[in-house]
Design a protein around this ligand. Structure first.
Ligand code: FUL
Length: 489
């Protein structure tokens, strides 16, 4: 009898232990977030990857980039205006958000504002009864697109502009019209450009109004608060790029911050991702002699913006007829097809590569999570032990994978962490391993172009340094870009 009791106790203890171990495994909690973190609106914008802006207005008809404010409204007459054509082009190019320049520096409003006569209502277009903002907002929604507005604080027409308080109130009135008459607004862009004026604006009031009236809107400007301008107008983020930055050091229109905006700050107090604005043509507005950029240039811009954890803000200027020109449409379609060709196939995932790692935090954080496209499933190593701990993750397939682009993504919903990494390929030309790419930051998405294609069946990402010592990798993929030059490595 005594023996039976002992056996029952022993078996019970064994089961309990296993049960407990099982529970322990299941109960490994997710790693703690590393502040600051993105908001839901910021994450949504980041995942769009590309946003289109349309520069259209008085400058389209005067063949200028910056109007001076004295232009006659009679000049504005886009006889073949068709907002549906614009929205269809945006949709076919696979952008999900379109922004319109509702008022540029010349002060001419594309909607019939009650606060000025310098608008479409004084133009011959539709006998003064037209409203470009309304037409595009409706057309965009018909295509399932989100809509945003660019509104220039610098207004060279408005006489109140000299008066800081009165102009800020005037501007707030115009902003309120845009925020209340045209349905949901996903982004508001306050351009920081202004010349020969030291006038400050009541900027925080405007931002409060946007957030009160449009809960899903991100505000883009040189000082955020939700999205920052990237510090240049050629669509390129720093090769080191932090979504984190000290928001309180930023000031709209202050050139001393442009370098800082471009790179950010690993110890920044605010999460303010960047949008990289650039035009598909030489100018922001349409000019008869201007041509769209070549596909190679656009792809280079894509790698330097989306591929550096930012959002590409691509401008396409409608012409004097009021349409997006056929050559721009053609280039946009080529651009879309090229991106799909390069990124719709992840060679590691399609080879069903096995994924191993230096350590694993628990079942929910398995290395294989890097093969799916979900930002919220990721590989997490064991908790930080000491500064000598090196984290790595390795893709290995039966067949060699031929690639010339490496894609790495962090689980940025829990913060941006990686500060230094290297990628090695094994077995290339009989060599044990070769360094194929290296870098500092990763963020939402890092795309590294290789010197030439590489054929390897084993590729390893080594993370040498990360904030908090605990990198969280959401995706690790290999791609082939047929548009890249370069010989086999
Ligand atoms: C700049 C403006 O001065 C340009 O005209 C253009 O609108 C560009 C996007 O922003 O600051």
């Amino acid at each position: 009898m005594g023996r039976i009791v002992i056996w029952v106790v022993l078996v019970g203890m064994f089961l309990c232990c296993n049960f407990e171990v099982g529970l322990c495994n299941l109960a490994v909690p997710p790693p703690p977030p590393l502040m600051p973190l993105p908001t839901a609106n910021q994450l949504k914008l980041q995942q769009r990857e590309m946003v289109m802006v349309l520069h259209f207005g008085m400058n389209t008809f005067t063949n200028r980039e910056w109007g001076i404010g004295t232009e006659k409204p009679q000049l504005f007459n886009p006889m073949g205006f068709d907002a549906n054509q614009w929205a269809k082009v945006v949709k076919e190019a696979e952008f999900s958000l379109v922004i319109l320049t509702t008022k540029h520096h010349d002060g001419f409003c594309l909607w019939p504002s009650k606060y000025t006569n310098h608008s479409v209502k004084s133009s011959p277009w539709k006998d003064g009864r037209g409203d470009v903002v309304k037409d595009l907002s409706v057309a965009a929604r018909d295509q399932g697109l989100d809509f945003g507005v660019y509104l220039s604080p610098w207004d060279r027409h408005e006489p109140l502009f000299a008066n800081e308080v009165q102009y800020s109130e005037f501007f707030r009135g115009q902003l309120q019209e845009l925020l209340t008459k045209y349905g949901p607004i996903s982004e508001v862009w306050f351009d920081g450009a202004k010349v020969n004026t030291k006038m400050a604006f009541l900027f925080s009031q405007w931002c409060a109004l946007v957030h009160q009236l449009q809960i899903s809107a991100n505000i883009l400007s040189d000082e955020g608060p939700d999205v920052r301008w990237v510090g240049n107008e050629y669509g390129s983020a720093g090769s080191t790029f932090w979504n984190t930055i000290n928001g309180s050091s930023l000031k709209i229109g202050d050139p001393s911050t442009f370098g800082y905006l471009n790179i950010g700050d690993p110890y920044g107090t605010h999460w303010i991702p960047a949008q990289c604005d650039v035009s598909i043509r030489g100018g922001w507005f349409w000019h008869p002699e201007d041509k769209p950029k070549r596909l190679r240039e656009l792809l280079n811009i894509y790698y330097n913006s989306v591929g550096r954890s930012c959002v590409l803000l691509l401008n396409v200027p409608p012409n004097t007829t009021g349409l997006i020109s056929p050559e721009d449409v053609e280039r946009l379609m080529e651009f879309k097809q090229a991106i799909n060709t390069i990124f719709s196939v992840d060679l590691a995932a399609s080879a069903s590569a096995s994924v191993t790692a230096s350590s694993v935090r628990g079942e929910a954080f398995a290395p294989a999570n890097v093969l799916n496209n979900d930002l919220w499933t990721y590989w997490a190593p064991e908790d930080y032990r000491n500064s000598k701990t090196v984290n790595w993750i390795c893709l290995e397939s039966k067949e060699a994978m031929e690639f010339n682009v490496v894609r790495i993504q962090e689980a940025i919903g829990l913060g941006q962490r990686v500060m230094k990494y290297e990628v090695y390929a094994f077995g290339v030309d009989g060599k044990e391993n070769i360094l194929v790419s290296s870098g500092t930051t990763i963020g939402y998405k890092k795309l590294d172009r290789l010197k030439g294609p590489v054929k390897a069946s084993k590729v390893i990402l080594i993370i040498w340094e990360s904030r908090g010592g605990l990198p969280l990798i959401s995706s690790f993929g290999l791609h082939f870009d047929p548009f890249l030059k370069g010989k086999q490595v």
